[in-house]
Design a protein around this ligand. Structure first.
Ligand SMILES: NC(=O)C1=CN([C@@H]2O[C@H](COP(=O)(O)OP(=O)(O)OC[C@H]3O[C@@H](n4cnc5c(N)ncnc54)[C@H](O)[C@@H]3O)[C@@H](O)[C@H]2O)C=CC1
Ligand SMILES: O=C([O-])CC(=O)C(=O)O
Length: 252
């Protein structure tokens, strides 16, 4: 069975520990050691307060569910310690230089980096953008102000522009925009709205290209311990882990 070390023991970390299928969690790390210890008691994995000791444990995959800055900080080290890597805070890959260096390192070391579909549907066939023209790719995300850690009484446009800039301002809310960019291999326009009238995290994706047109709307339930994070994002990482060990790949 594949073994994993979980880096980040917050909302998604909790959901992974309680729902994982087909993998064994053997090591846990969080900048708040108490969180790793609490999850350790739930799943029997060892909790570490020292990142070097965490990386030195024997396991196959580092699963990052922490923050964009944690993904930046620890991704190289994970590969250098002989682990494959699952990155939930995919916003880290908006930094092109970092992404290229990490890919080069993974190639040299024969390691893999996995990016879950996260809080959206449609990443699979959006990858056709790597070989066929996509003329428009727009993500319109709307969240309750609570999810954005702010207050407003009316629908408010917080950001309109490119994904790689949006993620710098909203690293806890717009990782999906960078996932879209990586899949399609082209820039993504983003609108981020705060709307007190919605109780879901809504992502509308509008795509036009040589294939035709598509519109995808996902109305996500928020996750139990973090309204910024859609429950679907946690389900997607649990599913990715389950599928890693299976011989058949479904989806582009
Ligand atoms: N790709 C996607 O579609 C989505 C990605 N995300 C991202 O997934 C990540 C995890 O989300 P949640 O579990 O809801 O967040 P959370 O805030 O509930 O939990 C994050 C945990 O990671 C720990 N952490 C943060 N920075 C760290 C560091 N530098 N070193 C060690 N531990 C660190 C925190 O102490 C916390 O316990 C976030 O970056 C979030 O933005 C969330 C939703 C969708
Ligand atoms: O969970 C969501 O709806 C999206 C999100 O926070 C992100 O992409 O960072």
């Amino acid at each position: 069975m594949l073994t994993i070390g979980l880096l980040g023991c917050g909302n998604i970390g909790n959901i992974i520990v309680k729902n994982h299928v087909g993998v064994e969690i053997v090591a846990l790390f969080d900048q708040m050691p108490g969180r790793a210890e609490e999850l350790g008691r739930l799943c029997g994995a060892r909790a570490f307060a020292n990142i070097e000791e965490f990386f030195n444990q024997e396991f196959d995959i580092v699963v990052e569910a922490a923050s964009v800055s944690a993904a930046h900080q620890y991704a190289m080290a994970a590969l250098e310690h002989g682990k494959d890597l699952v990155v939930m805070s995919v916003g880290a890959f908006a930094d092109e230089g970092f992404r290229e260096d990490l890919n080069d390192l993974a190639r040299r070391l024969g390691r893999r980096i996995y990016v879950p579909s996260g809080a959206i549907f449609g990443l699979d066939n959006l990858k056709i953008g790597q070989i066929s023209g996509i003329s428009k790719l727009l993500l319109r995300s709307t969240k309750n102000p609570r999810s954005l850690n702010m207050e407003t009484t009316e629908r408010t446009l917080l950001f309109s522009g490119q994904a790689n800039e949006c993620i710098r301002h909203y690293p806890k809310n717009t990782n999906v925009s960078v996932a879209l960019e990586l899949a399609a291999g082209r820039p993504v326009e983003v609108e981020l709205w705060a709307d007190p009238a919605v109780d879901r995290n809504v992502h509308e994706i509008i795509i036009e290209g040589d294939f035709g047109e598509a519109t995808i709307t996902v109305r996500n339930r928020t996750s139990p311990d973090n309204p910024a994070t859609s429950y679907l994002a946690a389900l997607s990482i649990v599913t990715l882990l389950k599928n890693l060990a299976e011989p058949m790949r479904v989806g582009t």
